[in-house]
Design a protein around this ligand. Sequence first.
Ligand SMILES: Cc1cc2nc3c(=O)[nH]c(=O)nc-3n(C[C@H](O)[C@H](O)[C@H](O)COP(=O)(O)OP(=O)(O)OC[C@H]3O[C@@H](n4cnc5c(N)ncnc54)[C@H](O)[C@@H]3O)c2cc1C
Ligand SMILES: *[C@@H]1O[C@H](CO)[C@@H](O)[C@H](O)[C@H]1NC(C)=O
Ligand SMILES: *[C@@H]1O[C@H](CO)[C@@H](O)[C@H](O)[C@H]1NC(C)=O
Ligand SMILES: *[C@@H]1O[C@H](CO)[C@@H](O)[C@H](O)[C@H]1NC(C)=O
Ligand SMILES: *[C@@H]1O[C@H](CO)[C@@H](O)[C@H](O)[C@H]1NC(C)=O
Ligand SMILES: *[C@@H]1O[C@H](CO)[C@@H](O)[C@H](O)[C@H]1NC(C)=O
Ligand SMILES: *[C@@H]1O[C@H](CO)[C@@H](O)[C@H](O)[C@H]1NC(C)=O
Length: 680
Amino acid sequence: MTVPSKTDHVDVLIVGAGPAGLMMAAWMATCGIKTRIVDKRGTKIFNGQADGLQCRTLEILDSFGIAERAWKEANHMLEICFWNPDETGAIRRSGRIPDTIPGVSRFQQVVLHQGRIERFFLDYIESKSPIRVERGVLPTKLEFDESLAEDSDAYPITVNLRHLSEEEATPKQASTAANGSCVQDGLFRSNLAADDTAELLRTSELNAKANTEEVVKAKYVLGADGAHSWVRKELGFSLVGDSTDYIWGVLDIVPITDFPDIRSRCAIHSANSGSVMVIPRENKLVRLYIQMTTTEKIGDGGSRADRSKITPETILASAQKILAPYKLSYRKLDWWTAYQIGQRVGTNFSAKERIFLAGDAVHTHSPKAGQGMNISMQDAYNLGWKVSSVIKGLSNRSILKSYERERSGIAHALIQFDHKFSRLFSGRPAKDVMDEEGISLEEFKDAFEKGNLFASGTAVDYEASKIVAKSPEATNGANGVSAPASLEGSKTTPAVTSTQSLASNVKVGMRIPSTKILNQSDARPWHLQERLPSNGTWRILLFVGDVSISEQKQKMETLCKSLSGSNSFLKRFTPSGARYDSVFEVLTVHAAKRTDVSVLDFPEVLRPYDELDGWDYNTIFVDGESYHEGHGQIYETFGIDPKVGCAIVLRPDQYVSYVGPLEDYETVDKFFSDFMIPQN
Ligand SMILES: Cc1cc2nc3c(=O)[nH]c(=O)nc-3n(C[C@H](O)[C@H](O)[C@H](O)COP(=O)(O)OP(=O)(O)OC[C@H]3O[C@@H](n4cnc5c(N)ncnc54)[C@H](O)[C@@H]3O)c2cc1C
Ligand SMILES: *[C@@H]1O[C@H](CO)[C@@H](O)[C@H](O)[C@H]1NC(C)=O
Ligand SMILES: *[C@@H]1O[C@H](CO)[C@@H](O)[C@H](O)[C@H]1NC(C)=O
Ligand SMILES: *[C@@H]1O[C@H](CO)[C@@H](O)[C@H](O)[C@H]1NC(C)=O
Ligand SMILES: *[C@@H]1O[C@H](CO)[C@@H](O)[C@H](O)[C@H]1NC(C)=O
Ligand SMILES: *[C@@H]1O[C@H](CO)[C@@H](O)[C@H](O)[C@H]1NC(C)=O
Ligand SMILES: *[C@@H]1O[C@H](CO)[C@@H](O)[C@H](O)[C@H]1NC(C)=O
């Protein structure tokens, strides 16, 4: 062993720079947390890999200001076509539905490869912070002093990092096309290629002298190191679940075909040759997903399928059989891979809320449910703001327990969805109504439509906790699936309860829906969500109703008196010297006629004054008709009565914490007092 050359102290160490790790780094960059992010690979990926972005993922990217790039570059998927065998056994189109259920989001599902998404994140992180992804860096040892877990000043985790030589950090690619030409394949990051972490560790041991090793002490660690997660293994956690592994062949080509729906997303079931999913992509590319074979359970690192049998040619041949009598060939092959996956969820998502796992490190599932990148990013999106508010000393550590509960609920729901979906997708189509083994078209379409809502990511419903104030009865857990009973210990209860009926369509535990509202001061329309960027700030939305009615105005003024009082939570939980809107932003949406009121009619706490910038014109909005873009009808859409109004508390990740009476200051104060730390 070499003597480590130096010891560094960081708040957060992220292992792995895939979608999950980069999302975490984006939060840390935004919130100004001292962070390092390392990846064993020398390069980022350039093509292939995961492809789609669901609506909720786009909303999240937009909250960091990077959805626009994705939206522009991506291929937009608007339609799904179903193809099934007819009476003669030939495939024919049996239905068409919109790919994204209209109205669930202001975005629709799009397709863009993972390499581009990673690029957008890297640019964002660089623009906001000194954080840079350190490539060719391999952690070799992890120590965790659990006795320090509750000490907020401690650095209880020690990680040794080895800097690899360039040669070590460059993945070996399987030689590919039969004719020997070098098409880039995905096998180097595919799990059909044996995991090489152990091998890298051995080589770097040998090369010890040539390399440098350092010690990093961290307050928090995130293992976002993919399905083979080294961090997970070091912690002794495992993935449990289904015993079957499915092998998928994935081919990215520019197709030459007479199949008419090649530019729509298609689910094609042949009578006897299996099924294929067609995903139209950017740059004239089309991705074909084909389930190749299933293998017996292989466990973590057990025997692998014979990958030499899977080539672009074999994948194409399967597709040709399924599509017959239509013809399919290609001249341009962009990428291909074989992908082996079981449906498994991690036993633990964290060790003492100090070391966390996110993304493929805690759940794997088939690409058909097509959720890998979405769910992985959303794990880290759930975690990032919590960790940073604890590090900044704004919130009590107890809020971190909600990560495991919220995300394991989702992971289990995802696996259930995937199970059902995989069976439907890979099952044989029913021959007739008496064919019980077969999958009927109706069953498939029905499941697909329901699945679509799940897949859009907008149906996520977090259970009651310190930061989600709903009654336990209102809780089904995420999408109706609760965190497993084994996690009972991490359950927390809210200090207050919501009055859901005051905003019947803004469900506590779900992300806030969005519709257009107008800026009171200049009449410009905005989507509500556009006013909720991810920067770590809690939001208090005051639906003050029709303030031309004196009763409503009175309620607003009473509330504002408490909010601006010297003992208000806005002051108690804001660090001295900072403005309260760096911790709590108060946004007002009224329902009076826009031209009957002015920004200056609203109490000052709703439009704070700044020595340099004057009054804030950015916080008062109206539910009204815009000049060019219609009327958002936010009160009606949200189920809020303009003669009653309400107050809504939003977490920094746009999920609804609380809905209650407009004039009820005390309950909101109590909600925050339960987990926020007094600053002065
Ligand atoms: C070959 C392949 C093809 C895929 N195709 C699809 C698809 O078509 N559709 C789909 O929906 N999903 C697909 N997926 C799944 C999707 O890519 C993942 O769900 C998603 O990338 C998960 O993100 P992540 O950040 O959790 O992990 P990953 O993207 O796997 O990122 C993990 C990162 O950690 C690094 N790392 C690993 N171990 C260490 C270590 N010991 N030390 C330091 N760094 C380490 C890796 O180099 C990698 O950069 C595919 C996955 C693979 C591997
Ligand atoms: C090999 O195949 C690729 C496409 O699969 C093609 O571009 C290339 O020209 C071929 N090379 C030879 C030597 O045939
Ligand atoms: C992991 O989870 C199990 C329950 O599933 C629990 O008993 C155990 O204490 C957890 N381990 C750690 C280190 O948190
Ligand atoms: C994200 O979700 C969408 C919608 O289900 C899906 O089509 C897409 O493939 C998913 N993307 C990834 C990378 O999993
Ligand atoms: C956090 O909350 C726990 C109780 O849940 C309490 O014991 C602890 O003192 C609090 N920590 C801080 C820093 O306020
Ligand atoms: C977050 O953005 C809002 C404006 O949307 C701003 O008022 C607030 O101060 C920002 N918070 C931080 C912590 O920068
Ligand atoms: C609202 O209008 C003011 C004044 O024109 C402007 O400064 C602010 O950026 C606007 N905000 C939004 C969200 O439209």
